[in-house]
Design a protein around this ligand. Structure first.
Ligand SMILES: [Zn+2]
Length: 315
């Protein structure tokens, strides 16, 4: 989800329940996406690949810390003075335990929305690195982003609050409707995929694309780590086979030598980072020119990372 939506959702909820500090809540909602600053630290400390966008700040614990620090910074007088001049509006932000909690409420709405989008977020970090996702919305949605920006402009304008309330209500209706359509389409694509289940292929998984009617579906054979990828169009009901994939391909040499080489490659930071980001990691092991070529591949493709990675290890 985009930054504008992440501001608006907590702001709108707090506004309609009559809170005195909806802006603090909205700012909290945006705070955890300022994690792009951490990407630079991530370059210096590659083993901490949690220091990235949709990484450490997108967890319950560090989300709280991020919101508190962010609210502290934006409520300093010089910062407030600068913002007032910049936006030509007389806002007065407050930093106390109540507004910190409201900012954290903003973070919780953010984590919920990002959980609904594909890709996932490490909600339980530092206890677990696991990424959680409902795979319902795509990373960002152009229509939602534009609508959210329009609502922010309406909120900024000096017009009757009646119109602002209408704009906020319409935005929420739009966002919920998109979610409803996507839920409906996800159920449809899952049903369509289940028709193809046979033999060791016993599970399905579905992933959204930027088009709410077009989905990616995966048939899974957990026993042998085999996958079949499909594209599904909910408007036409068309299901297209896109390819067979395998979790492990050993090109030459023996199984045990290959597994040894893969273990060595897996211990590298680059591989761990790749696996952490991937939906599915397919590994191809090949011995050539006296060294092992271990290739990692994600057939669903990386959004924030390349879709494959090659690591060379000695035999
Ligand atoms: Zn986010």
């Amino acid at each position: 989800m985009d930054l504008f939506t992440h501001f608006l959702i907590p702001f709108i909820i707090l506004f309609f329940i009559g809170s005195k500090w909806p802006i603090e809540g909205g700012l909290g909602g945006t705070s955890v996406d300022f994690d792009f600053i951490l990407i630079f630290i991530g370059f210096l400390l590659p083993e901490f690949f949690i220091l990235t966008h949709r990484g450490i700040t997108h967890s319950f614990i560090f989300g709280f810390i991020t919101a508190a620090i962010f609210l502290y910074i934006v409520t300093r007088q010089p910062v407030q003075e600068f913002v007032r001049k910049l936006i030509k509006r007389d806002i007065n932000l407050i930093f106390n335990w109540k507004t910190v909690l409201l900012a954290y409420f903003g973070v919780l709405t953010h984590l919920f929305l990002d959980f609904l989008t594909t890709g996932g977020i490490p909600l339980l970090y530092p206890f677990s690195m696991e990424r959680f996702s409902a795979h319902l919305y795509y990373y960002t949605d152009a229509i939602t982003t534009i609508a959210a920006l329009a609502v922010l402009i309406v909120l900024y304008l000096k017009i009757n609050w009646k119109y602002k309330k209408i704009a906020m209500t319409l935005f929420v209706i739009m966002l919920v409707s998109f979610g409803g359509i996507r839920c409906y389409e996800k159920i449809n694509v899952t049903n369509a995929l289940e028709e193809n289940l046979e033999g060791n292929f016993t599970q399905t998984a579905t992933y959204p694309t930027s088009n709410m009617f077009v989905w990616q579906g995966v048939l899974i054979n957990p026993k042998n780590q085999k996958y079949q990828l499909y594209a599904y169009n909910g408007l036409t009901g068309e299901k297209t086979f896109q390819g067979n994939y395998s979790g492990l391909v050993i090109e030459n040499e023996t199984y045990s030598l290959s597994i040894n080489a893969i273990k060595k490659a897996n211990s590298t930071v680059a591989a761990q980072r790749f696996i952490w980001y991937s939906y599915y990691t397919s590994i191809d092991a090949k011995f050539e020119n006296n060294q092992w070529k271990i290739t990692y591949f994600d057939f669903l493709g990386g959004h924030y990372t390349p879709s494959n990675l090659t690591i060379y290890v000695n035999g």
